[in-house]
Design a binder for this molecule. Sequence first.
Ligand code: KG4
Ligand code: ZN
Length: 353
Amino acid sequence: MGIESSCDETAVAIVSDQKEIFSNIIFTQLEEHKPYGGVVPEIAARSHINHLNALVRQALAQAKVGFDDLSAIAVTSGPGLIGGVMVGLMTAKAIAYARNIPLISVNHLEGHALSVRLTEDVSFPYMLLLISGGHCQLLVVKGVGQYERLGTTIDDAAGEAFDKTAKILGLDYPGGPAIEIAALNGDSMRFKFPRPLKGKPGSNFSFSGLKTAVLRARDKLCDEQDGRLKRQDVCDLAASFQAALTDAILDRVKNSLEYYLEHYGSNKNIFVVAGGVAANSSIKEKLSSLCYQYDFELKAPPMKLCTDNGAMIAWVGIEKYKDELFSDLDIGAVARWPLDPNAPPAIGAGVKA
Ligand code: KG4
Ligand code: ZN
């Protein structure tokens, strides 16, 4: 069983070592956070408490198994919103203790990093772009627990940039899908927004300057039009923002592909993209042609495994189970837990690194 509660999804799944997903139940708290335009940690933690027990029962029922059939329990113990992580961890500890089965503590980011191995035959090493609401990183996945981080965001995550920009434009939360839809009717050339860090060495990301540029452009238009934005303005701002963000991401990815080829290159290079922002067709399309250009095969877990879910946590549990990487019942929840502890800290990255 895998339990996930580090952000705004409460999720429980039951997966076998034969890669069968018996159940993968996800309760999204989207509606509870919508009025605030982003995830409110206190609301998230309380919602996890309210839903987790029922989801555990539901996951067992759908998989047609009981607690006695579980061989181990895997749980996200960080990084994430600490209140929510504690709810999942306490529940997992209780099950492990009561049923006398191993507890396996899982790094949420490792869940995203290894999920592609649950559905596809992908061996180590491979390149990973993790783009979600909370994370934006480029990593070489060398093995279970072995990562080289090539880049991370120095301010906002990519999804966060979509969400904050959507708020600026008066669009709904979550901002990613809302901006993508608005951009379909927009002119991406109308506003010349900055491409942060483009042309600079390395693979770190930065998005806050871009968000501020959108804010300034909106305010300027509002001033010129009696405080009102026209529908076409919103679409053009959304399209220009999306084009700038995509361009900036692509530049960072290009540097990482070159680094990978130099240090890990083989005759079969794999590039995996995961996280909620991977749902964006425009980003995916451009990534696909870049990968083609550098002779990488692009892979993405199915959307249900790309966003936060319990199956990816259960899968890391299975990968760790083989090496008996079990945890003591006194482990604590952690807000910050980098996959590559040797990576230089990115200034301003805070708990997201
Ligand atoms: O992975 P995820 O479901 O949750 C975590 O953050 O862990 O990612 C959610 C993020 C949100 O910021 C949302 O705006 C973004 O993914 N997102 C998108 C799209 N769909 C979701 N961003 C851009 N384009 C999309 N189509
Ligand atoms: Zn996530």
